[in-house]
Design a protein around this ligand. Structure first.
Ligand code: SF4
Ligand code: SF4
Length: 299
């Protein structure tokens, strides 16, 4: 299966030819083909936020229940940025959704499954404001689709596979991931809290919905009540808002108005907490010194 963010190299099945949207490649997958289901029998599929949204809806589950039962965690980088992969069956490396008749969630299958046998690589050139996508053919020995007499452009293939909806949302998230990985100007070593927020806003959409309904969020962010209700009622809008929130929290890109009064109250609470911690530390030091003097008296 194709892997987003992977680099093409001679030891992988990725063909070393970069394709643009109007380049053509030969491939056709269909139900009667001899290798039917082979590609889903040994998977390593990374999930993006819109994949999770579609699958949890399809299964009628909360995001948390979907994550617990159908995914496994992995770290996307050395700083522990949380990633998700599609779970496999207990007894084999086959996809948890694979059935003898084919994919059990076909119309909501993840974008990596839709792209196969293409691989996607997103890159931002130096001084360019936007990422550019390029594509590679992935040729694995078991896949007979490359021998089928059908040639199409990348653009037509993406359309046929329903990838435009997926990429329209996931692209923005990929940009956040790339920026966080490469450490933009305002980005230092990520705190535990920032990694938790990244997970919540990226994958646990129902948890994020609860988060924006908390009194703390409502106090800090000045969101029009009607706008907030529209977010609560619409998963896709909520996910787009979650990306805005992430950019604000991680990179300081302010698009959600913050109440200055609430921000000042928070800063004041923070200052008081720091003062208290300093006082506690000084008290502990005095107590330690007292103990040392006491022990000297006994000698
Ligand atoms: S989700 Fe469907 S297409 Fe993707 S690996 Fe699983 S069974 Fe195959
Ligand atoms: S042609 Fe390739 S993608 Fe289609 S079922 Fe066979 S192995 Fe899977």
């Amino acid at each position: 299966m194709s892997k987003e963010f992977s680099d093409p190299s001679p030891v992988t099945p990725v063909q070393p030819v970069q394709l643009g949207p109007d380049d053509s490649f030969q491939f056709r997958c269909h139900k009667g083909i001899a290798c039917f289901n082979k590609c889903c029998e040994n998977i390593d599929i990374m999930l993006a936020p819109y994949d999770v949204l579609r699958l949890k809806k399809r299964l009628g589950l909360s995001a948390r229940d979907f994550l617990d039962n159908f995914t496994r965690d992995f770290q996307m980088d050395g700083h522990g940025m949380p990633g998700l992969k599609l779970a496999t069956k207990e007894e084999s490396p086959a996809c948890v959704f694979l059935t003898p008749e084919g994919c059990g969630v076909y119309t909501d299958r993840p974008s990596a499954c839709r792209y196969y046998a293409l691989g996607l690589l997103s890159m931002r050139k130096k001084d360019s404001p936007a990422d550019e996508d390029s594509y590679f053919v992935v040729k694995e020995d078991h896949c007979l689709g490359h021998l089928q007499p059908k040639t199409q452009t990348v653009r037509d293939y993406r359309k046929e596979q329903g990838l435009e909806d997926y990429d329209a949302i996931n692209r923005e998230w990929r940009q956040i991931v790339l920026k966080k990985r490469s450490g933009g100007p305002a980005v230092g070593k990520p705190s535990e809290r920032s990694l938790e927020l990244f997970f919540l806003a990226s994958y646990d959409l129902d948890g994020f919905r609860d988060f924006i309904s908390t009194p703390g969020f409502t106090e800090l962010f000045e969101l029009d009540p009607a706008e907030k209700q529209a977010l609560i009622d619409n998963d896709e809008e909520l996910l787009r808002f979650a990306f805005r929130f992430l950019k604000q929290a991680l990179f300081g890109e302010i698009t959600i108005p913050v109440s200055s009064e609430a921000a000042e109250k928070r800063r004041e609470r923070y200052r008081r907490r720091v003062e208290q911690l300093k006082r506690d530390a000084a008290e502990r030091k005095v107590l330690d010194q007292d103990k040392q003097y006491e022990s000297l008296k006994d000698e």
